[in-house]
Structures are given as C-alpha cells and as structure tokens.
Design a protein around this ligand. Structure first.
Ligand SMILES: Cc1cc2nc3c(=O)[nH]c(=O)nc-3n(C[C@H](O)[C@H](O)[C@H](O)COP(=O)(O)O)c2cc1C
Length: 208
C-alpha cells in the first residue's frame, strides 16, 4: 500500500503528467513552450511525462465523430489524459481561439473524467493581442470539465522564441512562476486523491 502524502511534501510516487500541444505544425513554438513547462516541473517534482502532439495524432481522429470509432492509439491517449495527475494543455491561437483539432480531441474526453485534475493552461500567438485566450477560451473549457485550472497560465508570442526554442527570460520566469504557484496545489490535490483511493480500497476489502 502506498504511504500517505503530507500536503507540504513531495508525492512518494512519480506524478503522471500529460501535456497536449494543439499545434498543427512541426517544428512548433507551442510544443517548445510545453517542453519548457515540462522541464520546469521536472526540476521540482519527480514526474512521468507524456507529450501528445496533434501533429502526430490529428490525422488519426480528424475525421472521426464518435469515441467508439477512434483508433486504439487515440483511445489510449484519451485514457492517459483522463487518468493524469496533472495536465498541461497548450494551443497556438487560431482565429482568436484554440485550434479546431485541439477542441475536437477534448470533445472526446469524458464529461467527468477531469474533475479536480490540476490543469496548467498555455498558449502561443503571433502577438500579445490574444493573450486573454487563456482566460476567455481555455479556462471556460476546463471549467466545464470541473478541472482545477491552475491560477497562472502561460502565454507566449512569436518574439519569445528563436529557432523554436524559448529564448525570452521573461517567458522563462513566467513559466517558473506558474510552476512554483502550481506545486503546492498539485501536492495537496494528489495527497487528497491518494487518500480517497486508499479509503475506497479499504471499503472494498471490508465488503468482500
Ligand atoms: C490559421 C492561423 C490562424 C492564426 N490566428 C491567430 C490569431 O487569431 N491571433 C494570434 O495572435 N495569432 C494567430 N496566429 C499565429 C499563431 O498563433 C502563432 O504563430 C503561433 O505561435 C504558432 O504556433 P506553432 O508554432 O505551435 O504552430 C494564427 C496562425 C495561423 C496559421
């Protein structure tokens, strides 16, 4: 049986962190941003990271309208999203919103599968004019899922990157701040979820 996790301490198991990049391009600034966020979490916590890129799986689900018709590879990615301890979701701004395929992927996610899952919101755009995509598009979507959207989102524009690498110090600081603010919430969330799982396990053993 796993040990209880005190709210202030690091979890005793690696956290399952699933990141989704909604970019339709390779190479991609959005994917580069996600990689930096993952690296920042990796410096603070023991994580088991998995990156999902729409450039990889988009062609496999773009024409599919029902979850039960999805290829097994996409179904497996959905199950990873639904069972993650922490989600990092990012998309380039397309026409003032996330990409259509990013939304199409999340339309397959179970309505209650992300309840209380911490979610870090991130986006890239051509300029700062659409920075509020984090608050006006991402937060309502993950609010619908009753997920725990983390307080600081990360928005980057084209000038924060050089050759598809994050080179802006301001952006790096924003990433590190978002991660630092997220960690206490993630620790207590995982501690609570693990203690509920242990309680339910105990109930099942008693009722046998
Ligand atoms: C079809 C399309 C629509 C776009 N719409 C917007 C937009 O509404 N606002 C904005 O700031 N940038 C817009 N952009 C610019 C991209 O969001 C920006 O270049 C982004 O960083 C690209 O990310 P990627 O390298 O991951 O593809 C658009 C780009 C494309 C191709």
């Amino acid at each position: 049986m796993s040990q209880p996790i005190a709210p202030g301490s690091n979890p005793s198991r690696p956290l399952s962190v699933v990141a989704v990049s909604g970019s339709l391009h390779e190479p991609s600034k959005t994917t580069a941003l996600v990689a930096e966020i993952l690296a920042s979490f990796g410096r603070e916590l023991e994580i088991d990271a998995h990156l999902i890129e729409i450039t990889d799986i988009g062609p496999e689900f773009a024409g599919t309208l029902r979850r039960d018709r999805l290829p097994a590879s996409v179904e497996a990615e959905l199950q990873r999203i639904e069972s993650a301890d922490l989600l990092i979701v990012a998309s380039p701004v397309y026409r003032a919103s996330f990409t259509g395929l990013f939304k199409h992927l999340f339309d397959f996610v179970g309505q209650y599968a992300l309840v209380d899952t911490p979610v870090l919101l991130a986006a890239t755009g051509g300029s700062d004019r659409h920075a509020l995509i984090i608050e006006h598009q991402f937060r309502p979507l993950f609010g619908f899922f009753q997920a725990l959207t983390l307080p600081i989102g990360v928005y980057a524009n084209d000038s924060d990157f050089t050759d598809y690498r994050v080179t802006s110090l301001d952006l790096q600081e924003r990433i590190d701040l978002a991660v630092a603010r997220a960690i206490p919430l993630i620790r207590s969330n995982v501690a609570e979820a693990d203690s509920i799982a242990r309680y339910l396990q105990g109930q099942q053993v008693q009722s046998r």
